[in-house]
Ligand binder design. Structure first.
Ligand code: ADP
Length: 393
């Protein structure tokens, strides 16, 4: 019997999947259903990287889940799904850990959809489709916001009238599954550092930073939505709210138009006029691409400074995410102006993508750790089954 847990990360038109065995960190299979709709494509591969035959109805998330399972069943005819773990962007103010979903929980999570209208409905649609396809199999929701619920009040509020805080207008923070993984991995690799003041830079298509004190989130760059903080592939990052008032009042833009501008037309894409993809910008060599990179680096430097101030110092800086794990250029550029906080990276270690890229003499350790949100979800799904022993693995 192949006993396994499935992880699902449902986006607006995509579904990221991973199949993990009952124990252990290596997935049996990973894959992505992309462009769900008339042009849907599904790619799955096994642990060796060999493609798995995959086809089916990719016009909906439900269809994509069925196609994924059909492919896994063809590969492992004795497959038994123990639990399904879901990435859910918003857990609100109260969810501090993963929860097993029933109808009441689902209704509760639906109430949070106005806070994350571009993501939450799709995440919940994925859960609903999985519940329908696998009645009786536990469905576990893992929240991007949960890890930050340890933030002190100064970190999770805005200077707005108090009633709005009570209404849910707070800084929730996101990328929590990634930070959870990195905090655990750091504790395993360098326990003395994990006990200290650590800034984690999750730099991918979505980008944020988190300040950890003894492994607990104290502050992060994302706020009420996943728009705030660092510039991203197509999201703006920090922007003066007065700009939005100007766009509404003077330019007559609607909420939908501003949403599109801030989420899909801004960030690296907006600045470069070329691409949201850092690799493309690094290769482009145009003045606009260089400016977009300069802005990204500058904002990263500012936020490291800000989070270090929030922590009262810094013992380690950790890079993760597609850019953080792979771009030697961006890591070097960010670090080159942070010498004043004891950051000094070794060019050869950085070029080699080493796990530790700081010099031996540096006061602050700089590391590169590949994040693994899927594993955090799989562990939560196992834990929900009472297989807690695997959580500590
Ligand atoms: P997401 O937030 O969608 O999960 P990723 O974490 O996969 O995104 O990060 C995607 C980003 O990482 C893209 O901007 C991509 O160009 C960048 N990236 C990946 N590899 C490299 C590399 N070798 N050099 C520079 N940027 C890279």
């Amino acid at each position: 019997m192949t006993r396994a847990v499935l992880t699902l990360n449902a986006g607006s038109s995509s579904l990221k999947v991973a199949l993990f065995p009952e124990t252990g960190d290596q997935p049996l299979a990973v894959g992505l259903a992309d462009r769900i709709g008339p042009d849907g494509v599904l790619k799955l591969k096994d642990a060796t990287g060999a493609p798995l035959a995959a086809s089916g109805d990719l016009t909906s998330h439900a269809g994509a889940i069925a196609a994924v399972i059909d492919s896994f069943r063809a590969q492992w005819p004795d497959l038994e799904l123990l639990a399904i773990g879901h990435r859910v962007v918003h857990g609100g103010a109260d969810n501090t850990r993963p929860v097993t979903v029933d109808d009441a929980v689902l209704t509760d999570l639906e109430r949070l959809s106005p806070f994350a209208p571009l993501h939450q409905p799709h995440n919940l649609a994925g859960i609903r489709a999985a519940m329908a396809a696998f009645p009786g199999v536990p469905q576990v929701a893992c929240f991007d916001t949960a890890f930050h619920r340890t933030n002190p009040k100064v970190s999770d509020s805005f200077a707005l009238p108090r009633a709005l805080y009570d209404d849910g207008v707070r800084r929730y923070g996101f990328h929590g599954l990634s930070y959870d993984y990195i905090a655990g991995e750091l504790a395993r690799r360098a326990p003395h550092l994990a006990e200290g003041r650590v800034i984690v830079a999750h730099l991918g298509n979505g980008a944020s930073m988190c300040a950890l004190q003894a492994g607990r989130s104290m502050a992060s760059t994302m706020g009420f939505t996943a728009l705030d903080g660092l510039p991203m592939g197509t999201r703006c990052g920090q922007v003066d709210p007065g700009v939005l008032l100007y766009l509404m009042d003077q330019k007559g833009m609607t909420a939908a138009e501003i949403t599109d501008l801030l989420y899909r037309q801004s960030g690296l894409l907006g600045l470069s006029g070329l691409s949201n993809d850092m690799r493309t910008l690094e290769a482009a060599g145009t003045p606009e691409a260089a400016e977009a990179i300069d802005y990204f680096v500058f904002r990263c430097q500012r936020e490291v400074g800000s989070l270090a101030a929030a922590l009262g110092g810094i013992d380690a800086l950790i890079f993760c995410g597609g850019i953080g794990e792979n771009s030697r250029l961006i890591r070097a550029r960010i670090c080159e102006r942070l010498g004043w906080m004891g950051i000094d990276i070794d060019p050869a270690r950085n070029a080699a993508n080493d796990a530790v890229i700081s010099t031996d003499q540096a006061r602050t350790t700089v590391m590169v750790i590949a994040t693994n949100e899927e594993l955090v979800i799989a562990r939560a799904a196992r834990a929900a089954l009472g297989l807690a022993r695997n959580v500590a693995e």
